[in-house]
Design a protein around this ligand. Structure first.
Ligand code: SF4
Length: 388
């Protein structure tokens, strides 16, 4: 369907009221979001991966397999691990010098103050690490992480991620931001979050104000995969951040049955722009265990973006990126338009000669490269150890 929805299925409107976060197979069955027949399989999923669906997201689920339900309702297929899937697909663990820090690029580092989330997305690449019990950095670990950053002047940017960094209280978040602000070589703070979609009411003025304590560059990146996630409450929560002069970007994951159509992506990107949010990245799915049902081949992703070129504003077009398995970094994999030496393709697919000829505009092959292996057009790397 043009908006990415699946064909009509029985509605869950008559199910019991859903006003609290649902956790676990029993709660899902009671709420009408899972079948009793799947209880044993879902108990096994729950034993391995955290489950939580807060009220704001329950309200968006019209039926279990719609673009919202698919993202958050656990499925028995999560127990199946494909050969190319990996518990740490982009080598966060291998690239973590101390708890809470991941260092993949020379000029930036991730800081993960907490590994709990308000919702657990079924395709999450950190699904083996995140969970409700998890990963709140203690005072000594926080001190060590900040000291590690302070000792490395080459690091200019910190990306606050998790888990969900905005699960911290305004006081704790404010203190952390102030301590980051006190490191003079940090020009830039980026915040990666799902909270405005999962629990918009929790993104209070106090929480937004805590972020604003960073006096230099700060960018807020919200994770949104479908236009329906941008409810009035979500947009209001983003306004509270924007009111502090903090620019808001979006990152999305290309997901089968969620946003794998031209109509769904167009609607998502247009809705984001209308909410003053710039689509930043469209991610190729990382190959975490039990996520194969969400996989969209890269060739299909490129075709979707090609179909959108010229149809939507250039502002609406995100960079389509792949995190190369094994921790080798993120690269654009979207369509290119210098398809052959000396020629360029226009948005409708017609080829044009470039002034200057092939020698001037030819694309040269770079050294090295990574072979793609596993499922057709999947992105598991064969035979390469994690970088570290
Ligand atoms: S909110 Fe982010 S970190 Fe948490 S489960 Fe979803 S994708 Fe993973």
């Amino acid at each position: 369907m043009p908006d990415g929805s699946s064909p009509a299925q029985p509605t869950l409107r008559d199910a019991p009221s859903r006003d609290a976060t649902l956790r676990g197979a029993g709660a899902l069955i009671q709420a009408g979001l899972a079948d009793e027949a799947d209880r044993a399989a879902l108990d096994a999923v729950e034993a391995r991966y955290a489950i939580a669906i807060p009220a704001a997201l329950q309200a968006l689920i019209a039926h279990r397999d719609d673009p919202i339900g698919r993202q958050f309702i656990p499925h028995p297929d999560e127990l199946l691990t494909a050969p190319h899937e990996h518990p740490d697909p982009i080598a966060d663990e291998a690239l973590s010098p101390i708890p809470g820090i991941v260092h993949r690029y020379p000029d930036r580092a991730l800081l993960k103050p907490i590994l709990a989330c308000p919702v657990y997305c079924r395709y999450c690449f950190r699904r083996e690490q995140v969970g409700p019990d998890g990963g709140l950095l203690g005072p000594a670990e926080t001190d060590a992480a900040l000291a590690w950053l302070a000792a490395r002047p080459a690091i200019r940017e910190v990306i606050l991620t998790g888990g969900e960094p905005l699960m911290l209280s305004p006081r704790r978040l404010g203190e952390l931001v102030e301590r980051l602000a006190a490191i003079p070589h940090l020009d830039l703070l980026r915040v990666h979050t799902r909270l405005p979609v999962a629990e918009p009411a929790r993104l209070t003025e106090a929480l937004a104000g805590a972020l604003a304590k960073f006096p230099r560059g700060i960018w807020f990146v919200v994770h949104v995969n479908h236009a329906r996630e941008l409810t009035e409450q979500t947009i209001e929560s983003l306004r509270r951040v924007q009111a502090h002069g903090i620019p808001v970007l979006a990152q999305s994951v290309l997901l089968r049955g969620v946003n794998d159509s031209v109509g769904a992506l167009e609607n998502l990107f247009r809705t984001l722009l209308a909410a003053r949010v710039k689509p930043y990245y469209l991610h190729q799915l990382d190959a975490a265990p039990g996520t194969a049902r969400f996989h969209v081949p890269i060739a299909e992703g490129r075709a979707l973006l090609t179909a959108l070129r010229g149809r939507i504003s250039g502002l609406a077009w995100p960079t389509y990126v792949l995190d190369i398995p094994g921790g080798h970094g993120k690269v654009p994999v979207g369509p290119d338009y210098l398809a052959e030496p000396g020629r360029v393709i226009d948005p409708s697919g017609r080829s044009h000669a470039l002034a200057g000829g092939p020698g001037r505009h030819a694309l040269a092959g770079g050294p090295g490269g990574h072979a793609l292996a596993g499922l057709p057009d999947s992105h598991a790397l064969a035979g390469l150890p994690p970088a570290g």
